[in-house]
Design a protein around this ligand. Structure first.
Ligand code: PLP
Length: 379
């Protein structure tokens, strides 16, 4: 059988990795400033993480959600403490798309309404609120026909109000900083008015922190820059440092009932061991502070690189905008400079999503390599 060919592939095969370094099958080392789409939070193969996973698989890796699993409680407690959401409730699943599907479903059950408001260039996984049709992501229609999605421009609060006034909206879903879409973000004023309007019209405010969460932007959650408290927060990616796990954090006023949500694999022992190890390391190594400081350092020097038009984002969720499409630049960075970076729907944006352990040394290495490619190769 061959693979269903949906991914254009770079000709590199990683077989080993540690911290911010990925090693390919020929022994070549690459600086990983992409972390496989913002997934690697605490660095590749962190010793504490490796040890916790190994110990767990030797005990029990999985049983069903029909029996007690105190690891889920430990995870909920630790996540509540570190994120500042002690009084929220945690539902565990396996990916970002699944987290958002559950968030949208729950909002619909809670409000007994079904229409969703999302924002242009937002990305919430291959879900009901899939981004509107784009060139490189051919997602043309909501997957779940029961939930109609209305896409609006960011920062246009009057348009949101117009839609909410119609009375059929169950939820508004928004990323605090757009990831795949290209790092645009709402203003604090917009987020605060959005929260007020959701309360006024009884819609559930869902903050999709799948990419921006878990310390990446220099706070545990990026929406915490705006002083808002969402009804539901979706999480995944950095949560497991590569082990598939996602979840939704649910405000106390949304009450559970048996059978409301469910999953086979979500919250299994191995996934919880991975997620607990990630939180241990984020806490003990002060990775949220590091994300903030390293991000500030990155922005200050990237802004001075000739050819960089704009540096977008916060902490270690960053994008460099050029006045040309960056496909070739990314190839040169990988093949000539041995550095992984990312692209976006905005083809002129180079995305930087390194492990939260990244420091000055790696950032200087990247800036030098970028200058080499931009000046010497004249991309
Ligand atoms: N939400 C956001 C903001 C994302 O960036 C992504 C993936 O890039 C998803 C949801 C979907 O996550 P997953 O690929 O784990 O389903």
């Amino acid at each position: 059988m061959k693979l269903f060919d949906v991914y254009p592939l770079y000709d590199v095969e990683p077989v080993n990795a540690y911290d911010c370094i990925v090693v390919d099958k020929n022994g070549i080392e690459y600086l990983d400033l992409y972390g496989g789409h913002a997934v690697i939070s605490i660095g590749h193969s962190h010793p504490h993480y490796a040890k916790k996973l190994k110990c767990q698989i030797e005990k029990i890796g999985f049983y069903s959600n029909a029996v007690q699993n105190s690891m889920q409680l430990q995870l909920a407690e630790k996540l509540g403490k570190l994120s500042g959401y002690n009084d929220y409730q945690l539902f565990l699943c396996n990916s970002g798309a699944e987290a958002n599907e559950n968030a949208l479903k729950l909002a619909s059950f809670y409000t007994n309404k079904s229409r969703v408001i999302a924002f242009n260039n937002g990305f919430h996984g291959r879900t009901s609120a899939a981004v509107a049709a784009t060139d490189n992501l051919k997602i043309n229609a909501p997957l779940n026909k029961q939930q109609e999605v209305t896409f609006l421009p960011l920062n246009e609060i009057d348009l949101v109000k117009e839609e909410l006034q119609k009375g059929d909206v169950c939820s508004v879903i928004i990323e605090p900083i757009q990831g795949v879409g290209g790092l645009d973000e709402g203003t604090t004023d917009f987020f605060q008015q959005l929260e007020t309007l959701c309360h006024e019209f009884g819609a559930v405010l869902i903050l999709d922190e799948v990419q921006s969460g878990y310390g990446r932007t220099g706070k545990f959650f990026a929406h915490q820059y705006h002083g808002i408290t969402p009804d539901i927060i979706s999480i995944a990616k950095g949560m497991g440092n590569g082990f598939p796990i996602g979840g939704i954090m649910i405000a106390p006023h949304i009450q559970p009932s048996y059978g409301l949500l469910g999953t086979t694999f979500g919250g299994n022992h191995l996934a919880c061991a991975a997620a607990l190890a990630v939180l241990d390391v984020i806490e003990t190594e002060n990775l949220i502070d590091n994300a903030k400081l390293s991000g500030e350092y990155f922005i200050s020097i990237a802004n001075k690189v000739p050819g960089v038009q704009l540096v977008k984002g916060k902490g270690l969720m960053l994008g460099l905008e050029f006045d040309f499409e960056v496909g070739d630049l990314r190839k040169k960075l990988i093949y000539d400079q041995h550095i992984f970076t990312g692209g976006a729907m905005n083809k002129k944006l180079l995305r930087i999503l390194p492990p939260l352990t990244v420091g000055k040394k790696e950032i200087d290495q990247f800036i030098k390599a970028l200058q080499n490619v931009l000046i010497v190769e004249k991309v």
